[in-house]
Design a protein around this ligand. Structure first.
Ligand code: M6R
Length: 615
């Protein structure tokens, strides 16, 4: 977690860094800080709280001149969120200053040694240990900063993306990476540093993504030298041109990124299948699958590894793959998979799903699967992310940047990609009739319009939200393909409104959760016409008999559920296997409106971060 930003060049660094930190707040927002070199000294200011709080503090604390600086927005790992633990951190001499995203696992041992050598520490952080280790090496060996950082990092166990500068050498910044992302924007006689490219996209589209175990010395008016940390070999920088644009990372008139991203879904789903789904020709083109079709066809099973919402998309995929392509699927929490000595065969195909492509547990699960000889396929949104690079092949979701911490368009676009893969395999394996295959292709092509139609019920959903906003608990029920949608709906409500919510397969209600139902319990039932409809109606009757309040997501024109439920929200009819793509929309909106009415921070819910790069 944590977002890092840096600048060295001919402009004022402060506005670039502050704006960049705001864009990176999705990575953590419990404290923030900045260090600028003003031509004579380092000016450092940091605080518990958000970047807005930092701005206020800076206004009364430091001058903001200088064309070199680094900034940080934190998601605490070592040391509670307070002013002292915030980054940047000074070395004991006050000459060096550092920002860090990641965890130094052996920091306690290193700290002990440094204390014995006379160093003292103000914070509880692992980062302050690292900067003093660098200082110690630099002084003892009388070497340049870059070399000292390199030697220090060879002693470190853990993950990091760091940026360091020395006030006595104010024409260079040293950066390095292992496990946490770090991009360098290359402008005209200026360089930008950031956890992703969003802080510098309006200045340059040329970026270098550092690879793991690389260190770069970035020098003003000069160049970048990249080396491998372990063996000191020089690396030829690969400068890539970014496709992202500024509008994509701004709110565009919406009150929150989450709402913008919910409304982007018709477009995002179209972008996901654009060039892949040729419905009128009956073709699905996906290079990552075409090139590895035998691996998939011969797979004894598919193992999906993911976390959070991506795990829910994996559960939907389980239903789709088994139903259409008749391949056994196991869906694993990456965090469990990596530590439970799982049985993995060489003819297993592992699909890793991750919006950010940086989730530490998913990455570790991929590494484990690869070490056992499995073929690993990635489904990521962020282009060039670590998971996209670590997997043998993959397919991007092309959803565009998702900034709101609560995943919305990531979920529906992941399901879209996974459906395309399942259909492709079903066709290749002959497990789907031509007619059914064409039907699925045509129906998938219509999903963006149907999502758009589902979004039109926003005002009605807002009204329902106003009735139930003060609920203390909520139950979400769904069956078959819509059971994962129930889990996802509950997760959305929990994470942004802090209302306790549980998702269950509707029939499981009888085995426990039914005891919770009384007249105060809102129960959101996903009850589209296709797929166990009669059974769900029976479940609704059972709820009704216990005075539970029923909010049902139904197919347009429904009567049976509508007669029983307290409220219904209509979605357009589609195939059962594609229904999660439309039934999930009202649940996203319901959570959103409840959270707004409760005055919660929708885009940055407490304790969370967009990308969980620590285990
Ligand atoms: O970037 P990833 O898809 O790997 O992230 C996985 C989860 O951290 C993420 O889906 C999380 O659960 C979201 N906040 C849910 O809205």
């Amino acid at each position: 977690m944590c977002g890092i930003v840096g600048y060295i060049g001919h402009r004022e660094a402060y506005p670039i860094i502050i704006k960049g930190l705001k864009r990176l707040e999705y990575r953590g927002y419990d404290s923030a800080g900045i260090a600028l070199y003003d031509g004579a000294d380092i000016k450092l200011s940091k605080t518990k709280g958000k970047v807005d709080d930092l701005e206020k503090r800076i206004a009364s604390e430091i001058s903001t001149t200088g064309s070199l600086g680094i900034g940080h927005t934190r998601w605490a790992t070592h040391g509670i969120p307070n002013d002292i633990n915030s980054h940047p951190h000074y070395s004991n001499s006050g000459d060096l200053v550092i920002i860090h995203n990641g965890i130094i696992e052996n920091y306690e041992a290193l700290k002990k040694e440094l204390i014995q050598r006379g160093y003292s520490f103000k914070s509880d952080t692992d980062t302050e240990v690292l900067i003093n280790l660098i200082e110690d090496i630099k002084k003892n060996e009388n070497i340049k900063l870059g070399k000292a950082v390199q030697i220090a990092l060879n002693q470190v166990i853990g993950a990091y993306a760091i940026a360091v500068f020395d006030k006595n050498k104010p024409n260079e910044i040293v950066v390095a990476k292992l496990g946490s992302p770090l991009a360098i924007g290359v402008g005209e006689d200026e360089f930008f540093i950031a956890s992703d490219a969003s802080p510098f996209i309006e200045y340059t589209k040329n970026a270098i993504y550092l690879e793991d175990e690389e260190i770069a010395v970035i020098r003003r008016h000069k160049d970048i030298k990249i080396r491998k940390i372990q063996d000191d070999s020089l690396v030829n920088p690969y400068v890539q041109e970014l496709q992202m644009n500024l509008e994509e990372i701004e709110k565009g008139g919406y009150d929150h990124f989450m709402l913008k991203e919910i409304y982007e879904q018709p477009h995002a789903i179209k972008d996901t299948y654009r060039g892949r789904l040729l419905a009128n020709k009956g073709i699905i083109k996906m290079a990552g699958i075409d090139d590895n079709i035998e691996k998939f066809q011969n797979a004894s099973r598919i193992i999906v590894v993911a976390c959070g919402t991506s795990w829910h998309a994996g559960l939907v995929a389980e239903y789709i793959f088994e139903d259409l392509a008749r391949i056994p699927v196991e869906v694993e929490y990456a965090s469990e998979f990596r530590y439970r000595n799982p049985v993995i065969h060489e003819n297993d195909v592992v699909i890793a799903i991750s919006q950010s492509g940086e989730t530490a547990d998913t990455l570790a699960a991929i590494k484990l699967a690869k070490s056992k000889g499995a073929f690993v396929f990635g489904v990521c949104n962020v282009v060039g992310s670590t998971i996209a690079r670590e997997t043998h092949a993959g397919a991007y979701t092309h959803a565009g940047p998702e900034i709101g911490v609560a995943s919305t368009k990531a979920f529906t676009t992941q399901i879209t990609v996974l459906t395309l893969i399942a259909l492709k395999l079903a066709k290749a394996k002959g497990t789907i009739s031509n007619e059914d295959y064409r039907l699925h292709l045509n129906e998938l092509a219509l999903i963006p319009e149907k999502v758009l139609e589902a979004l039109k019920h926003d005002e009605h959903i807002k009204h329902i939200a106003s009735i139930y906003k003060d609920a203390k608990n909520c139950l979400y029920l769904g069956r078959g393909f819509n059971f994962p949608v129930a889990l996802e709906g509950a997760l959305k409500l929990k994470e942004i409104s802090y209302i306790h919510a549980e998702g269950y397969p509707a029939a499981e209600m009888k085995h426990g959760p039914i005891a919770l139902i009384d007249e105060n319990m809102p129960i959101i039932v996903i009850a589209p016409k296709k797929g166990h409809y009669e059974k769900v109606v029976s479940n609704i009757e059972e709820i009704k008999a216990r005075q539970g309040k029923i909010i049902a997501v139904v197919t347009k024109g429904d009567t049976s559920v509508t007669n029983l439920a307290d409220h219904t929200i209509e979605v357009p009819e589609t195939l059962e296997s594609l229904s999660p793509l439309v039934t999930t929309i009202p649940l996203q909106l319901l959570s959103y409106h409840i959270a707004v009415m409760l005055e919660k921070n929708v885009d940055q819910p407490r304790n969370l971060a967009k990308s969980v790069t620590v285990e």
